[in-house]
Write a protein that binds this ligand. Structure first.
Ligand SMILES: Cc1cc2nc3c(=O)[nH]c(=O)nc-3n(C[C@H](O)[C@H](O)[C@H](O)COP(=O)(O)OP(=O)(O)OC[C@H]3O[C@@H](n4cnc5c(N)ncnc54)[C@H](O)[C@@H]3O)c2cc1C
Length: 365
């Protein structure tokens, strides 16, 4: 083809908890990287703070609008304390107290449960690590609202899980949601060559796979149309008005010739589990130098294993996805380790917090 437009979406499947579909394995991003395209800002991964903590492999999103109408986040201790306060108030014939003052989020931000997505996700992550719990609770029972009318899909989905919106504490957990970085493109969606501001004449990227710079370091909610629709229109317009020159590159020979099918699939499953576990435990919302370096060492080993599999077996979807996920995982870690300041969605406890956009100083390992 004379022009290739990548629109392959994000890479949420690198993390155990994600809102993304099965296909979000970074295939287009990895292909572009191997072709020599510039891939930037992968440290900026947005986590949605309140995915339903269920056993389903694809968590269900509890919209931020639920907190917008007054729902409050409590940890186990906060929930117990609020329940006690409610019981005491009832015994005294007083009004039920609000759960808001019992929220752990107040330890992190005066805005409590209503703070922005990144701050709430970070607060939940830190609190879960501190208490060793697998989720926190979203409380809605203090609100007198027509839940079925206001949030019919959420109410229905919770019912499937045996939970009543407006009554039961809802177990929630942050989940990988949006890849802010990606293939660096110019303002009409043309990819840059790695390490340069030279346009690659045949490669375009739109949507989540593109790094347009539109989201800065911290995407606002409900803003994906910017990279999807606006850039799709710009690329289409550009291709119509300026058709690219004929592609004259030489394609490598189809590499599967002469290769046999993989004899065992267990190593692929094992390596993918190990990759996702490393990303979830070491490269999540709150990072540290030590965790990132541990992840880097593990991913380098995994990369060698996967590469061996890739070179000796006929490609299958499983091998292709694992190989791509592994490369993107390494790029996320490397980008995170290269940063000398905390900005937007990248937060490393070993860096000095810097909201003034001046460079922070990296602390020792
Ligand atoms: C649960 C959820 C709720 C969201 N809510 C909002 C919202 O309210 N507002 C908002 O603005 N954004 C929202 N987003 C984000 C938004 O949906 C995505 O950012 C957006 O859909 C990305 O569009 P895209 O076209 O770039 O990629 P996608 O919509 O992810 O499409 C990628 C396509 O590429 C295909 N593909 C991938 N790999 C391959 C391959 N190897 N071969 C062939 N095809 C491939 C996939 O099958 C898919 O069709 C939400 C996301 C999720 C997951």
């Amino acid at each position: 083809a004379d022009a290739i437009v990548l629109a392959t979406g994000g890479v949420g499947r690198l993390w155990k908890q994600t809102t993304n579909p099965d296909v979000a394995t970074g295939d287009g991003l990895a292909m572009a990287y191997r072709t020599g395209a510039s891939v930037e800002n992968l440290a900026y991964i947005q986590f949605h703070p309140t995915a339903l903590a269920s056993l389903s492999p694809r968590p269900f999103l509890i919209s931020e609008a639920v907190r917008g109408v007054g729902a409050v986040l409590l940890d186990d201790e906060g929930l117990a304390a609020w329940n006690t306060a409610c019981r005491v108030a009832k015994e005294k014939g007083e009004e039920q107290p609000s759960p808001a003052p019992f929220s752990f989020t107040l330890q992190y931000t005066p805005d409590g449960s209503l703070a922005t997505r990144d701050i709430v996700a970070r607060a939940i992550d830190q609190q879960m690590k501190k208490l060793g719990t697998a989720h926190v609770h979203l409380i809605t029972s203090h609100l007198n609202l027509p839940w079925q009318d206001k949030f019919p899909t959420i109410a229905r989905r919770l019912k499937d899980e045996g939970l009543e919106l407006g009554s039961d504490p809802i177990p929630v957990v942050p989940a990988a949601h949006y890849m802010v970085g990606g293939i660096r493109v110019d303002d009409i969606g043309r990819a840059y060559l790695h390490g340069t501001r030279t346009i690659m004449p045949h490669l375009y990227a739109i949507g989540e796979v593109a790094c347009t710079g539109m989201h800065g370091a911290n995407r606002l909610a409900s803003n994906s149309l910017l990279e999807a629709v606006v850039y799709a229109q710009r690329v289409a317009q550009h291709l119509i008005q300026h058709p690219p020159p004929p592609y004259e590159g030489i394609h490598p020979a189809w590499r599967a010739d002469g290769l046999g099918a993989l004899r065992e699939h267990a190593p692929i499953n094992h390596d993918r589990t190990s990759l996702v576990r490393t990303m979830t435990e070491e490269v999540g919302i709150v990072r540290s130098n030590q965790r990132l370096k541990r992840a880097q060492r593990r991913l380098n080993l995994l990369h060698d294993e996967v590469d061996l599999m890739w070179k000796t077996a006929r490609p299958t979807r499983e091998i292709v996805e694992l190989r791509n996920l592994c490369i993107i995982g390494q790029l996320v870690v490397n980008d995170a380790l290269s940063r000398t300041e905390n900005r937007g969605l990248h937060y490393n406890v070993d860096l000095i917090r810097d909201d003034t956009h001046e460079s922070g100083t990296p602390a020792s390992d």
